[in-house]
Design a protein. Structure first.
Length: 225
């Protein structure tokens, strides 16, 4: 396959035009993020649709997202919820949280999606300490140095059979670099080692190319026991 980012983007655009099409709420969310000066690092439309399909196929009723940004992926996930389903998304930056909250309200999802402000590790610790009903779907798209901690927390909060999707784990192939000193690369490598050693988890990592470049995601299933 040629290493051609323009071709990768063209394929994304072709498939998105046929299989997703225009979406006023998602387009407005992107425009609001751009207007607020948020970094353009949200998932692509086809990736958002994949999250939606995975959550819907799982029949997820309680979703936890770690890393909100402007709420683009949050909208995709919240739309997959059945009546009575809920989504909690964790965001450390107040400006990002404000944009995401407005985007969710505009999309008519404020009744099922809650943005919680604060450092994710602290909020996750609070959720674990509080107990309560477990989550059956997780999307982790936050700082990569803390990714092992987020996966451990997700396992503590997960129902048997839950799915955990972790984004941006391949990092242009740097995942395979055992000599890397990049904290993000070290984080995703430690996450893979954690998964490999944890008998309660079953997982695979898939490389992707497209409008967001060369990256990939890890799909994890929490086993019954």
């Amino acid at each position: 396959m040629p290493n051609d980012p323009q071709l990768w983007s063209a394929v994304d655009e072709y498939a998105e035009a046929l299989l997703i099409g225009p979406d006023e709420d998602l387009e407005a969310a992107t425009e609001a993020a751009d207007a607020a000066g948020l970094p353009p690092i949200a998932v692509a439309a086809n990736q958002g649709k994949l999250l939606h399909l995975l959550a819907a196929a799982k029949g997820a009723r309680r979703i936890l997202e770690i890393g909100t940004l402007a709420g683009y992926s949050t909208i995709w996930l919240a739309r997959a919820l059945p009546d009575g389903g809920t989504l909690t998304t964790l965001e450390i930056d107040p400006a990002h949280a404000a944009v995401a909250t407005a985007n969710l309200e505009r999309a008519g999802l404020a009744d099922r999606a809650e943005v919680r402000l604060g450092p994710a590790r602290e909020t996750l610790a609070q959720l674990i300490a509080r107990g309560g009903e477990p989550y059956d779907f997780f999307f982790v798209d936050a700082d990569k140095a803390n990714i092992p901690h987020y996966v451990e927390a997700a396992l503590a909060l997960a129902a048997p059979g839950a799915l955990i999707v972790v984004d941006n784990v391949v990092r242009e192939g740097k995942l395979a670099d055992a000599d890397s000193t990049d904290p993000a690369v070290l984080g995703v490598r430690r996450m893979h080692e954690l998964i490999a050693a944890e008998k309660r988890l079953d997982a695979t990592t898939v490389q992707t190319v497209g409008s967001r470049g060369h990256d990939g995601f890890t799909l994890i299933r929490v086993l019954e026991s």
